[in-house]
Design a protein around this ligand. Structure first.
Ligand SMILES: [Zn+2]
Ligand SMILES: [Zn+2]
Length: 443
């Protein structure tokens, strides 16, 4: 099946649901700008465009698009999302309000950028009830075709539904030449599927929650390119960068068609969200999403590896409180989230105590997983973040002790049940946390 046939279509899936892919265009081509300009008029009553970008992405993509639109005689303006205090913009309520109050109205919004610019454009276009399109500048994260926005609101990292891009366009040379940090981060985000989909499956097995294998398998023909030849990512090999870009795109489609981030986001993402929240609460700059997710992914795989080796773990109850000393001023909002998880933790503990459930879990989860060594070596050979020291807060390597605290407590900030919770119930976390950290991500 050519995945492109799914664009803009609805279809019945083996999972029992009817899926709709709202994004109608995916163009990864040297002529992407011309193709965007040809596609856009279908979504507006009359041409009237606003390009959103940051300072850097305007230079590599936004300006060219604006000039090309002007040449066509289309009314177009641009808005540069400012760099707060000289740092890159972030997706939060303050930045959204700033754009809403200053950016001129338009019939269509076009994000010229990657993660943050795309999310902010999605958010603002949704608030103003207008469609948006994307001119991508990096293979840095899997949000391009997702209808969700991942943002910080009142200090809590949240995910909410907005709308999906009508079309994602990219000039291959721009994606290949993007700052390498961004590309490497994209790899970290996409390999997370190996553990996030297992977390999702875990929820189906334990709580009879909805699960769709089709959406998990959307990327499977692209994965061998970067999993088997990660060094090609480091060398910016066009075939590998193309596979990465497309895998990220279809990963975002997987989230959109299932209406949940679960296909691509589990415990490893909670580690990244916690790092973001920790930094934001202290007024510090956090690192790239995909870098944090990549390290979280190795750790989740290491947890699964230890957990699934256990023949008959004795199941214990999870603590009913969060770690107040770690969360500090965020205690209130995190506590509210964790309270929602408590019934699930109880139910999981009861179910896991049945030997039959445990045996079934061990066989069924294995199919989704990759080993921690496969993931570690993939990220390492690609030149991506694969150890704690690669993660920065305010430009400096995070202290291992702080990272350990983040990893131990990340499970408390969302209702979602993940391997981080499972590890607590079987007695691996927090007892073996130091040991696992040392084994996998300190060097
Ligand atoms: Zn499905
Ligand atoms: Zn992600």
């Amino acid at each position: 099946m050519d995945l492109r046939d799914l664009l803009g279509k609805s279809f019945d899936c083996a999972c029992g649901r009817r899926h709709t892919v709202p994004t109608e265009h995916l163009v990864f081509d040297a002529a992407a700008i011309a193709r965007l300009i040809a596609a856009a008029p279908a979504y507006v009553p009359h041409p009237d465009y606003l390009i959103l970008a940051d300072r850097r992405t305007y230079e590599v993509a936004g300006r060219l698009l604006e000039e090309a639109l002007k040449k066509e005689g289309a009314p177009v303006r641009h808005f540069i999302v400012p760099d707060p205090g000289g740092e890159s913009p972030v997706t939060d309520d303050t930045t959204r309000d700033l754009i809403l109050s200053r950016a001129p109205p338009a019939e269509m919004y076009i994000a010229a950028g990657s993660g943050v610019v795309n999310d902010l454009t999605k958010w603002v276009a949704c608030e103003r009830k207008k469609p948006f399109m994307t001119l991508a500048t990096a293979a840095s994260m899997n949000g391009y075709a997702s209808a969700n926005v991942s943002a910080t609101i009142h200090g809590l990292k949240v995910l909410f539904h907005a709308q999906a891009s009508k079309g994602v366009f990219a000039v291959p040379a721009v994606i290949e030449d993007a700052p390498f940090d961004l590309t490497a981060a994209g790899l970290g985000d996409v390999v997370a599927k190996a553990v996030s989909s297992a977390d999702w499956k875990l929820n189906q097995l334990l709580f009879d929650e909805y699960y769709c294998q089709f959406s998990v398998d959307l990327l499977k023909d692209l994965e061998p390119v970067y999993l088997n030849h990660p060094e090609k990512i480091r060398k910016r090999d066009p075939e590998a960068i193309s596979a990465l870009f497309h895998a990220l795109f279809w990963s975002s489609v997987a989230m959109t068609i299932t209406g949940t981030s679960s296909p691509a986001s589990g415990g490893e993402h909670l580690v990244s969200h916690t790092l973001d929240m920790y930094a934001a609460a202290k007024g510090l700059q956090h690192d790239l999403h995909g870098k944090q997710v990549g390290v979280g992914t190795i750790l989740s795989a290491a947890l699964y590896d230890r957990i699934l080796r256990m023949e008959r773990p004795s199941i214990r109850n999870a603590p009913s409180d969060i770690d107040r000393s770690f969360w500090g001023p965020l205690t209130g909002i995190v506590e509210a989230e964790y309270r929602k998880k408590l019934p699930k933790l109880d139910l999981a503990a009861r179910k896991l105590s049945r030997p039959k459930t445990w045996d079934m879990l061990r066989t069924r989860l294995q199919k989704n997983l990759l080993s921690p060594s496969t993931l570690k070596s993939c990220l390492k050979q690609a030149g991506a973040a694969h150890k704690v020291g690669d993660i920065h807060i305010d430009g400096k390597s995070i202290a291992p002790e702080l990272f350990l605290q983040v990893w131990k407590n990340a499970r408390q900030m969302r209702e979602r049940f993940t391997v981080l919770d499972l590890a607590v119930l079987v007695g691996i976390m927090p007892e073996q946390a130091d040991d696992i950290l040392a084994e996998w991500v300190l060097a």
